[in-house]
Write a protein of this length. Structure first.
Length: 147
């Protein structure tokens, strides 16, 4: 192998400095990419859920109850289902219900309440019942009362 004396090469010191600079730049780029990826993976999207509260439950007879529901959150909610759990008997029923409106704006309460009708099995005196109201966005409220 023959060396050409007229051609000058990069000195070994400059070459080492260039390699170190390239390695540091690659490490910085990799660090930024990994931190961005971890940030996206750990950031959960939080959807605005409402907050509802059952203020009172009253029984009119063995197959009718009224729940007084208020939206205490900052978003509008839409009532979707009512579950009635007989704590004394350990049974759960999906209540048929009627209300003046199924949508509650922030701070609004149901006029006349949420009337549960035709519950099967029927309400029994002396039993404890848990009412669970579920909204379309997953918002829930639970209230326990004894008849």
């Amino acid at each position: 192998m023959k060396f050409l004396p007229s051609k000058k090469a990069v000195s070994p010191i400059i070459a080492v400095l260039l390699l170190i600079a390239i390695a540091v730049a690659a490490a910085v780029i990799t660090y930024i990419w990994v931190m961005g990826f971890i940030g996206m993976a750990t950031t959960a999207r939080v959807t605005a859920q409402g907050q509802i509260q059952i203020e009172e439950a009253s029984f009119s007879d063995a197959s009718h109850a009224t729940l007084y529901v208020r939206n205490v959150g900052s978003t509008t909610v839409t009532l979707d289902a009512v579950y009635v759990i007989d704590n004394s008997a350990g049974t759960t029923a999906v209540g048929k219900w009627t209300a003046s409106s199924t949508t509650l704006s922030a701070g609004e309460s149901l006029t006349g309440g949420l009337c549960i009708t035709d519950i099967n099995p029927t309400f029994k005196r002396g039993h404890s019942y848990t009412f669970k109201v579920v909204c379309a966005d997953g918002t829930t409220a639970v209230y326990t009362s004894r008849w």
